[in-house]
Design a protein around this ligand. Sequence first.
Ligand code: HEM
Length: 483
Amino acid sequence: MTAVQSGIAEMTNATERPVPDSLVGAPPPSPAGPAGPEDAGRASPPMVPLPRTLQVLRVNLRQIEFVFRWRRELGEVFRTRGILAGNPVLTCHPDHVRSLFTADPALVPSITAESPLRPIVGPASVLTANGPRHLRQRKLLLPPFHGEAIERYVKMIGEVTEREIDRWPIGRPFALAQRMQEITLDVIMAGILGVDGAPARGTPEFGLRTAVKYIAKASTTRVAQVAELMNVGKEEAVGLQRRGMAILDRFTYPVIATRRAAPDLDERTDILSMIMRARTEEGEPLSDRELRDELITLVLAGFETTANSLAWTWERLVRSPAAHERLREAVRSGDGAAENVEAAILESMRTRPVIPAIGRRPTVPWRLGEYATTARTPIVMSILLLHHREDLYPDPFAYRPERWLTRGGTVRKPGTYEWIPFGGGTRRCLGAALAMAEQRVVLEAMVRRLDLVAEDPAPEHAAHRNVTMIPARGARVVVRSRR
Ligand code: HEM
């Protein structure tokens, strides 16, 4: 039995086992950072002893088993052979994470520049650029994602959610992930385009929304996964992806052209208008191509991740009766509602991070505890392994939202290098505040209004799509009743 399977088996009777004194701990320190001359004699991390092709297959099809197995056999730092050039090293120690998040960004470029997303969102979007270009794009995009700006969306998120919940069938099983996507797509489109709820038929916005949904659905097929592999390392999309992008572009450019011509462009508070008005330090506006790349980045980075994160929260909740009941009680009585909602989200993002790993390619040799890497070796931070460290999160495979609540009932702030579902440093997820706001509003409304149960009591496995990890059956549930 793998660690995850045994973890899942343990999870089902988690409430019957003794509660450790504290559910958040601290691992022993492990020095890390740019390697100096004194580190010259350090060994390179142990290599997973399998041929490259087998490793690529295992990572694509059974990533969880792969990382847990080799962590168990080789320790907290090990090397792999994959698609990425340079035999990536995996680590899961918070001190190693800290060293990469706090380093000068010039020393630790992100490997998203090499990801399969690059041909889709372009080489120059905030997600795929490195160096000064990245910092410039990030600065332009930050204001609309600031906490205060997000507050403006909370009412809209609530309205979209209530409308969606009213449509769900009662007593008939369905996959929550798709329903969550309906909400998060409306929210991201509304935020970016300033459309209230679903855009009107016949508008370029409507076309764009339909195209995004179509492409998201198509990307679940095996054919699309092969198409994705074909695009690794490419500047522009080829094959199937190229056709998909052409469909998206057919609507995206008209959306941009219409907005450029809007008479109220200067007063508009939607994200597209804000970035259209933004100027670089040299006074340059973004070109149509740049706006297109950022728009697609935000839509693609934003809606499926948030939808699947919510789906995982429910996948866990309907199989964790004690946690589900406590949350329902808190939300419906109003006593500790916000705190319990927050704790439920923090815990599902810990145990089911939608993006299971992120990486940097340091330009210099890097020390990782007892080992050192050579310059330009990619270092992958396994979020999944970090979030399941026994010394950091005792009883790591159990879903225990109470981990995040203090005795006084307040929420314990997650550690910057210990809880990293949104990554960190200068590459931290730009949409984190929006994603958290969305999850709070949607989860609260669902708990308040719905009694949900699992269609099948067996936990759902994780399926890997693009760089994400999602519930294999889409978090299937049955609504018992709605108020
Ligand atoms: C639960 C939902 C989400 C999760 C789990 C998530 C996770 C992540 C992660 C792990 C990264 C990489 C961070 C790193 O390498 O350090 C990232 C980057 C990014 N995310 Fe998200 N994300 C979510 C929602 C969103 C939303 C709603 C948006 C936008 C509307 C968004 C936009 C971005 C962008 C633009 C980047 C690139 C930032 C940069 O490289 O500077 N994400 N996200």
